[in-house]
Design a protein around this ligand. Structure first.
Ligand SMILES: *[C@@H]1O[C@H](CO)[C@@H](O)[C@H](O)[C@H]1NC(C)=O
Ligand SMILES: *[C@@H]1O[C@H](CO)[C@@H](O)[C@H](O)[C@H]1NC(C)=O
Ligand SMILES: *[C@@H]1O[C@H](CO)[C@@H](O)[C@H](O)[C@H]1NC(C)=O
Ligand SMILES: *[C@@H]1O[C@H](CO)[C@@H](O)[C@H](O)[C@H]1NC(C)=O
Ligand SMILES: *[C@@H]1O[C@H](CO)[C@@H](O)[C@H](O)[C@H]1NC(C)=O
Ligand SMILES: *[C@@H]1O[C@H](CO)[C@@H](O)[C@H](O)[C@H]1NC(C)=O
Length: 455
């Protein structure tokens, strides 16, 4: 075993200081066995399968625990990729239980418990994990249960509803779904990125142009409103109060990652030069902004460690999404994998396995444990390890090439439109914050000023 307590390990600090060398990516077998320990440590943050606990979620949401609802949704996706690249099905039961328990009454990943912080991005992360299950051939639920593809469609269809695309800022999705939530007046890149990503994937999976049209429209909107510039820098978001002219230029790695992967699906689906160019540019921008010295870095918050718990999990998504993009747009393989290799080497160097416990850190560029631990940090390293194996794993299925998941073009049509919430918000409604990117000045700042100390 890698972190065994051999006499040597106990012999002295010197050895312990270098214990990070214990994880290795030298061979495929090394990557898999490293991933299996990192996955185990990740799952140790999950208690939803214990008596009296809620299946599907990580401890939270704040202040009940560190994690918002969306992060568990993201974690199931990370564990599906882990299963796909290693064949280790140890967690398949909890993954299935989680993804089915949280579907909500409309089978659309809008469970009432999370309404007060329900963003399009929160819903989108669960939808993308369901989509990944369909594309990966993850075991289908019993026919009486909701099916992976239909769940992903439900998320997409509810987000394509005209109600969610009001004319302010010329269209686009708002961050929050219910009108009463703090952040309803913000249109942001991650919400639109989830929608774009799912649209591109559903178009390819079902060979259906309707989804591709939405994806294309969303990309164009991002560029038109100034949330994505010529060089494919992606900015955080802007407010409807100002018709989105107040672009918050903070850059987060998952925004680039989500648009890169979606663009790769669009390229694969259309074969168009236009999408090939977009993929190429997005790879360059992602490496330039988020991989200084080829090591994943979160520029908006890492230097002074002002990252929120949410932000501490983005590196792993970027790794997995870049490597999945390689499967769909193989022409980027060399450029991407050269970077991910160096980055993963640094990632595992932040893991320690001494007598004080086994865990991975966050500041990968230091190549040493930095004292920062949590589910996000663990999921990042798992994502990095998986990303080295993803390009050679089987490519995402489509309905024609092995996918068995059953879809439903009507999924989401009976969903809650939150009309009941179009009344003045209660304090309870205001308490949630969903995926906290940056709290920005807005017309609401007087009312919600207490929240802007969060970053
Ligand atoms: C919960 O799932 C984990 C991972 O599969 C497993 O190790 C643990 O024993 C399970 N706990 C219970 C109470 O079933
Ligand atoms: C909603 O919260 C209640 C109370 O904590 C819990 O019993 C229930 O299982 C939760 N439902 C979901 C879908 O998480
Ligand atoms: C809002 O911005 C869009 C461009 O994003 C523009 O087309 C539209 O005219 C603007 N609307 C107003 C009322 O200024
Ligand atoms: C689309 O993806 C498949 C599966 O990875 C790959 O074999 C094919 O070459 C891709 N198509 C293009 C145009 O790159
Ligand atoms: C998916 O493929 C199956 C056969 O494998 C076919 O019966 C079904 O109609 C297809 N679904 C769609 C939406 O194309
Ligand atoms: C394509 O998808 C749309 C939107 O879900 C659906 O209404 C339409 O029937 C689908 N078309 C085909 C040919 O399956």
């Amino acid at each position: 075993m890698i972190f065994s307590t051999s006499p040597l390990a106990l012999a002295g600090l010197l050895w312990v200081r270098h214990a990070h060398a214990a994880y290795s990516i030298a061979t495929t077998e090394d990557i898999k066995s490293s991933a299996s320990q990192v996955a185990w440590d990740l799952v140790s943050y999950y208690h939803g399968n214990e008596t009296g606990k809620t299946p599907g979620i990580l401890p939270g949401p704040p202040p009940l625990g560190d994690y918002y609802w969306w992060e568990a949704g993201a974690m199931w996706g990370a564990l599906i990729d882990y299963w796909k690249v290693t064949g280790d099905n140890s967690y398949n039961n909890i993954i299935t239980q989680a993804l089915l328990f949280q579907v909500g009454p409309g089978r659309d990943y809008m469970p009432p418990n999370v309404t007060a912080s329900l963003g399009n991005d929160d819903q989108g992360f669960w939808g993308m994990s369901a989509m990944l299950a369909a594309e990966s051939g993850f075991p289908d639920p019993k026919p009486s249960e909701p099916q992976w593809l239909a769940l992903a469609q439900a998320v997409f269809h509810t987000q394509a509803d005209p109600d969610r695309h009001d004319p302010s800022c010329n269209g686009g999705l708002r961050w929050q779904i219910p009108l009463s939530n703090n952040g309803y007046n913000y249109k942001n890149s991650i919400a639109n990125g989830c929608f774009f990503n799912l649209g591109a994937r559903l178009a390819r999976y079902l060979n259906n142009q309707t989804y591709a049209d939405w994806a294309e429209k969303t990309w164009d909107w991002m560029a038109g409103v100034g949330l994505m510039d010529e060089d494919h820098n992606v900015f955080d978001g802007a407010h409807t109060d100002f018709n989105c002219t107040d672009v918050n230029r903070a850059q987060f790695s998952y925004n680039n990652g989500i648009f890169l992967l979606g663009a790769a699906y669009m390229y694969n689906y259309t074969g168009e030069q236009k999408w090939r160019d977009r993929v190429d540019k997005m790879v360059d921008s992602t490496i330039r902004v988020f991989f200084p010295d080829n090591i994943a870095y979160e520029p908006a918050c890492e230097e002074r460690m002002t990252c929120t718990v949410d932000m501490l999990s983005y590196k792993g998504y970027v790794h997995r999404w870049m490597s999945t993009a390689v499967q769909l747009a193989p022409f980027i393989r060399e450029k991407v994998m050269a970077t991910l290799q160096v980055s993963t080497e640094a990632a595992i160097a932040t893991c320690k396995g001494d007598a004080t416990g086994r865990t991975c850190g966050f500041k990968w560029s230091t190549k040493a444990y930095d004292g920062s631990k949590g589910a996000g940090q663990q999921m990042n390293v798992l994502g990095a390890l998986s990303s080295l194996l993803i390009p050679d794993a089987r490519a995402p299925y489509t309905n024609e090439t092995g996918g068995t998941s059953r879809g439903d073009f009507n999924a989401g049509s009976q969903s809650d439109k939150f009309d009941g919430h179009k009344t003045p918000p209660t304090m309870a409604d205001k308490a949630g914050a969903g995926i906290l990117t940056v709290i920005v000045l807005s017309a609401a700042v007087g009312t919600f000023g207490w929240m802007s100390t969060g970053v």
